[in-house]
Design a protein around this ligand. Structure first.
Ligand SMILES: O=P(O)(O)OC[C@H]1O[C@H](OP(=O)(O)OP(=O)(O)O)[C@H](O)[C@@H]1O
Ligand code: HPA
Ligand SMILES: [Mg+2]
Length: 177
């Protein structure tokens, strides 16, 4: 499909925002023994690796692989957990790290699943929050940007597995041919 990608958030703005989030998280978890950050792959890979280095205390990392978009631009609604975390989260302070919340289907499923395991606390950090597309409510604790209703790529986020390695966040526009 013919399309173009325009910059929405530059590398510099992303770095500033990730530093700001790292600060907020450091303050929010002061005195915590060891925060567990759970990244939802694949999309969060780049954000999480930058974010965890902006947190001023030791954090543990674990990952889930979750997928529902495939090659589409809208959620299939069928959220598949392709890989679960390995650590026992009972009694732990847990922060889920997500690249984007759009319909909310992914995070509401993951959140419900993790809450059943009785963590001491469960908060959510997302780089991008697309509230205008929300179908299911999800409580969000740390947000990088509130974004418009646009399909975005880059900094870990894909369209049909392309563009994850763009160093900035871009907006996709489909061009009629
Ligand atoms: O709020 P939602 O509408 O559920 O959308 C958000 C989710 O969609 C994308 O994942 P995707 O299923 O594309 O998998 P990926 O992370 O491997 O790209 C994105 O990384 C989020 O995890
Ligand atoms: O805007 C988006 N872009 C790419 N993947 C996504 N998954 C949910 N929303 C998006
Ligand atoms: Mg995707």
């Amino acid at each position: 499909m013919k399309h173009r990608v325009d910059t929405l958030y530059s590398q510099e703005i992303l770095a500033e925002t990730v530093a700001r989030l790292g600060n907020e998280i450091s303050l929010g978890y002061q005195g915590t023994d060891q925060l567990l950050m759970i990244g939802l792959l694949k999309g969060s890979v780049i954000f999480l690796s930058d974010l965890c280095r902006q947190v001023n205390s030791s954090v543990e990392l674990d990952f889930m692989v979750v997928s529902s978009y495939g090659h589409r631009m809208q959620s299939s609604g069928d959220v598949r957990i392709l890989k679960d975390i390995e650590v026992d989260i009972k009694g732990r302070e847990v922060l889920i790290v997500e690249d984007i919340i759009d319909s909310g289907f992914t995070l509401s499923k993951v959140r419900e699943m993790l809450l059943l395991r009785e963590p001491k606390s469960l908060r959510i950090c997302t780089l991008l929050n697309k509230v205008s597309r929300r179908e299911v409510d999800v409580p969000v604790d740390y947000v990088g940007f509130e974004i418009p209703d646009a399909f975005v790529v880059g900094y870990g986020i894909d369209w049909a597995e392309k563009y994850r390695n763009l160093p900035y966040i871009g907006k996709v526009t489909i061009e009629e041919s």
